[in-house]
Design a protein. Structure first.
Length: 87
């Protein structure tokens, strides 16, 4: 990831961590409601949910990083907007 500004990578990292925490919580909730799932099924569900989060965030994060090469302040503003939207 291109270095945007000291706070922008932290903002992006915080967004990814928040999304992953929500994902993990929902996966655990599902596992609690479906105790009959095998270990293989649990691994597959966890992997799919991680991939889904990655794909959802990838485009926005990539655009912020690409923009950083051209306009650091706008990239920082975009990173902050993402953080606010997904708060």
């Amino acid at each position: 990831m291109a270095l945007i500004h000291d706070t922008a990578p932290l903002t992006v990292r915080a967004l990814v961590q928040r999304a992953d925490a929500i994902r993990a919580s929902e996966v655990q909730r599902l596992f609690g409601r479906c105790p009959e799932l095998s270990e293989k099924e649990r691994v597959l569900i966890a992997a799919m949910s991680s991939a889904l989060i990655g794909r959802l965030l990838h485009g926005a994060i990539s655009k912020i990083c690409d923009k950083a090469a051209v306009d650091h302040e706008q990239a920082l503003s975009d990173a902050r907007a993402l953080s606010e939207l997904f708060g």
